[in-house]
Design a binder for this molecule. Structure first.
Ligand code: AMP
Ligand code: MG
Length: 427
């Protein structure tokens, strides 16, 4: 049977022209261009500053260490006093950490402990394990003999070798880690100037969503699913230092969506939604944001992911994530994370990635850039999760990172791929 001829009296159906897919890098650059750092500086206790972003350079007012000091328990000596293994140096003083000694008398040694200042005149420390003590009659301390010639400077930590006075120790825009808190404390800071925490309103959309705890698994109606995105999105936001207002589930109605967005636009820097950003008639995010503010709906050339919305409602930024859990998770990591870091003034928002060896085959290329859920294996390569569907959240739990696979690229066992560990994305 031949196909029916097209009826010229019926216009072609109004299927909307497909917008070209936007490369991830282009979307990220456009998004970051809108992420003006939040104004203001907060002062917080150094104890409370882990994960916060420094709002001003931290300049040291002192050298660290403040004095040349011993890195061993042993004896401070003058190398020129040693003239062979039989040389006996009489110990004249004892310098524990926290006290300071006197100038070293000729041909003498000072008993010294880790962290104690080197007495003037001494130019080396000999570990106690490398010394023999020699009884010295009525002297308060014994003498010592040293087997091998001490070398000038040995076991001495130099003044300022960690931090020089006047140096910028931590820079504005740096995210504080446990080690940076220690470093700030080492130059005397009990409080730190940090960027304000972004205030984020979180909304889930979808009439199929049910909260765990509200309905037992056995009582779930057909078509109902538990709201999983709300849990990981809230946790991800909190890890990025945000103050989260969780506004729960918005029903799939335009008026309810508009009311929720309008309310959320007050007192928040960002409104983050999941679901409802496709263009089906049950997807109300698009018309609601358009009615209240501005919206750009992007089809991003990534998998999982694709639909993504950015706009403004009042003074608040708006970001709409896809509903499929893995798409929502991955898009958050690739786009929302850098956006939120930039709001806090972080300059370098790109996650670190590294070359790794694929221990799997990926024979079908996709025209989109793919982010495959993988796990490092015992052989030092990467194993692939068996199901890469955007609805399979198990993949994101099993994985310890993503392979960033360029568009149109197949992968064969043994190929070098680009790996982004979750450790670079989840904090
Ligand atoms: P949508 O983007 O609203 O069309 O949703 C796409 C898919 O993601 C659908 O199968 C939804 O049921 C699912 N989904 C949307 N929101 C959530 C959520 N918060 N938790 C779990 N699945 C969701
Ligand atoms: Mg939906």
């Amino acid at each position: 049977m031949s196909p029916a001829p097209a009826n010229p009296s019926i216009p072609a159906t109004a299927s909307p022209a497909r917008a070209p897919l936007k490369p991830l890098d282009v979307a990220l650059a456009e998004l970051l261009a809108c992420a003006t750092p939040l104004p203001g500086v907060e002062r917080v206790s150094t104890f409370e500053a882990d994960g916060r972003v420094l709002a001003q350079d931290l300049v040291s007012g002192l050298d660290v260490p403040a004095h040349d000091n011993s890195s061993m328990d042993g004896y401070a000596v003058r190398c020129a006093d040693w003239s062979g293994a039989q040389t006996v140096l009489q110990v004249h003083q004892r310098i524990p950490a926290g006290s300071s000694g006197q100038e070293l008398a000729p041909a003498s040694a000072a008993r010294i402990f880790t962290g104690a200042p080197i007495p003037s005149g001494a130019d080396a420390v000999v570990m106690q394990e490398d010394c023999d003590t020699v009884a010295a009659g009525d002297q308060p301390y014994p003498g010592i003999r040293i087997q091998a010639p001490p070398k000038p400077g040995q076991w001495i930590r130099r003044r300022g070798e960690d931090v020089a006075s006047g140096a910028v120790v931590l820079q504005r825009g740096e995210r504080l880690s446990p080690a940076s808190l220690g470093l700030a404390a080492s130059i005397g800071f009990s409080q730190l100037p940090v960027a304000p925490r972004p205030r984020v309103a979180l909304l889930s959309t979808g009439d199929e969503l049910v909260m765990p705890g509200d309905v037992a698994p056995a009582d779930m109606k057909p078509g109902a699913i538990y709201n999983s995105n709300r849990f990981f999105l809230k946790a991800l936001l909190q890890r990025l230092g945000c103050q989260v207002t969780d506004l729960g589930i918005v029903p799939d109605r335009l008026d309810a969506t508009m009311a929720a967005l309008q309310g959320a636009s007050q007192q928040h820097d960002l409104i983050l939604t999941s679901g409802g950003v496709s263009v089906g008639e049950e997807d109300h995010i698009k018309p609601a944001v358009q009615a209240l503010g501005e919206l750009n709906l992007w089809q991003i050339a990534i998998k999982p992911g694709k639909p993504f919305a950015y706009g403004q409602v009042g003074a608040a930024h708006f970001i709409g994530l896809p509903g499929n859990p893995v798409s929502s998770f991955v898009t958050f990591l690739l786009l929302v994370r850098p956006f939120l870091l930039r709001l806090q003034g972080v300059t370098d928002v790109a996650p670190e990635s590294m070359a790794a060896t694929a221990h799997f085959d990926w024979p079908r290329a996709d025209k989109r850039r793919e982010f495959l859920r993988v796990q490092r294996d015992a052989a030092g390569g990467l194993a692939l999760f068996c199901n890469q569907s955007s609805g399979v959240l198990t993949s994101a739990v099993w994985a310890d990172g993503l392979v960033d696979n360029p568009p149109g690229q197949t992968i064969a066992h043994g190929d070098t791929v680009q790996f982004i560990p979750f450790s670079a994305l989840l904090s």
